[in-house]
Design a protein around this ligand. Structure first.
Ligand code: EPZ
Length: 437
């Protein structure tokens, strides 16, 4: 199993380029199931979760060509199977995004019910309730969700989400695109990835209005056609590298990003003292302030507020800030797994319910630590870059799910980071990417 070996203490300096957004490429790839025509997606990140999503499409009968590593040409003209099996769903919950498109286009879908994950129980009850509102019959059979559109086609309806759900909104947008009549989604998620999916759907001939706001209206159409689309930059990867510059007191230029997509993160980090300048619409310059960082409280909430996917990275930064900071996690009930690992490195953090108090500033020391989920592993990498001595991070397969070439990107700006694995013969994922590029 791969591990990272990091020796901390080097300020990062240089340029880092951002990859496409994992959480946009996943629903956009699922949307290719809505048409028999070819969809070409550019700027698809080369990360494990997208490899899994591609495999799911191929298992369903789609062909996926990659003329370039980050371009996917998908044709779902010969879909014969309408099932996302447990084997796949248990490795990636976002496989549930196949439900909406399969149900909408073929009137049936069978998807293994995702179990809980490290950060929470994460039910999909709101997705299923919404499909029932669109006229589907939904049942649970041996751990699988079985959904059918009795009339062979879903019927547009009002969907009112009691809770904001990102993939729930995406699933219903895709299902409603081919439904009969109009669907209105109330209390919709407003993440930039939702807007990006709507852009693709409208290029395919759908009629989606209001994406990015709390109310989305979709006028169903008979058929959807082929299209080309470029995936937006990854705002969470961008936020992670802003913190990398700040926590190492470095100086980074972050290119190919979209500052407008992470306003709340940039505002909060500026409050703590990080100097962030927008050089242009796709480039940020980040310096850590000479006066040092100040502890600031934060609460995670749906977009456009501070994202839960930046909470762990922010906690790592707050261990290097003067004073206390209280971090409230309101989205997932179990998303502080990284805190105990940061404490192993010398941080001073108290957890009480969904609130963590970080007492800064403490000197972090290198130690063997273990990643528990994607963003937790990113926070351990950031802490290790700031720590004195060597840190070994185990289970980095979590980070490969959502960060493309992170060892190469960080090494290119001066980080002392290596990927090691039990048997040196085995080529690491990154070595394969490096050779493939
Ligand atoms: C998406 O997950 C992202 N994943 C997550 O990113 C992100 O943390 C999350 O949105 C919140 O921003 C993808 O886009 C692939 P939700 P999703 O449905 O859609 C509850 C990462 O690190 N809920 O918005 O699964 C749920 O339990 C990942 O890249 C229900 O109760 O999250 C949670 O408490 C991690 N019933 C809250 O709503 C439902 O049917 C928000 O979840 C659906 C959700």
């Amino acid at each position: 199993m791969d591990k990272f070996l990091i020796t901390g203490g080097t300020p990062l300096n240089g340029k880092i380029s951002i990859s496409g957004a994992k959480n946009s490429a996943l629903p956009c790839l699922a949307a290719t199931l809505l048409t028999a025509e070819t969809i070409t997606l550019h700027n698809v990140p080369y990360v494990k979760d997208l490899i899994t999503q591609r495999r799911l499409l191929e298992d369903l009968g789609a062909t996926v060509l990659t003329p370039e590593l980050r371009t996917h040409k998908v044709s779902a003209s010969n879909i014969e199977i309408f099932e996302a099996p447990y084997e796949l769903v248990k490795t990636m919950r976002a496989s549930v995004l196949a439900l909406g498109p399969l149900l909408a286009r073929f009137g049936q879908a069978r998807v293994s019910l995702p179990g809980g994950c490290a950060i929470g129980t994460r039910p999909i009850d709101l997705h299923l309730k919404a499909f029932e509102q669109l006229g589907a019959k939904v049942s649970l059979e041996s751990g699988d969700v079985v959904a059918r559109a009795p009339k062979g086609r879903l019927i547009g309806a009002d969907v009112n989400f009691e809770k904001v759900t990102v993939t729930g909104t995406e699933n219903v947008m895709m299902a409603a695109a081919l439904a009969k009549g109009k669907t209105t989604i109330h209390n919709a998620a407003r993440e930039p990835e939702i807007f990006d999916l709507a852009e693709l759907l409208n290029k395919m001939g759908a009629r989606v209005r209001g994406a990015g706001s709390e109310t989305i209206e979709i006028e169903g159409v008979e058929n959807l056609s082929g299209a080309q689309h470029t995936i937006i930059p990854d705002r969470i990867e961008t936020g992670t590298f802003i913190v990398a510059a700040a926590i190492t007191q470095g100086n980074l230029e972050i290119t190919n990003c979209e500052p407008a997509h992470l306003k709340a993160v940039i505002e909060k980090l500026r409050e703590t003292g990080v100097e962030i300048e927008e050089l242009n619409q796709s480039t940020l310059s980040v310096k850590c302030c000479p006066q040092g960082l100040k502890g600031k409280n934060v609460t995670t909430e749906p977009h456009p507020a501070f994202p839960t996917d930046m909470q762990a990275q922010y906690m790592a930064l707050m261990t290097q800030a003067e004073g206390d900071s209280v971090i409230n996690e309101t989205i997932f009930e179990n998303r502080f797994m990284h805190a105990s690992e940061l404490v192993r490195m010398g941080a001073d953090i108290q957890i009480s319910g969904n609130s963590a108090t970080v007492h800064g500033k403490t000197q972090l020391m290198g130690a063997p630590v273990q990643a528990s989920d994607l963003r937790a592993s990113a926070s351990l990498v950031l802490a290790a870059l700031a720590a004195r001595g060597e840190t070994v991070i185990d289970r980095v397969y979590h980070i490969d799910r959502g960060y493309e070439n992170i060892v190469r990107k960080l090494s290119s700006v001066g980080a002392n980071i290596k990927r090691i694995n039990d048997s040196s013969e085995q080529k690491t994922a990154e070595q394969k990417t490096a050779e493939a590029v």
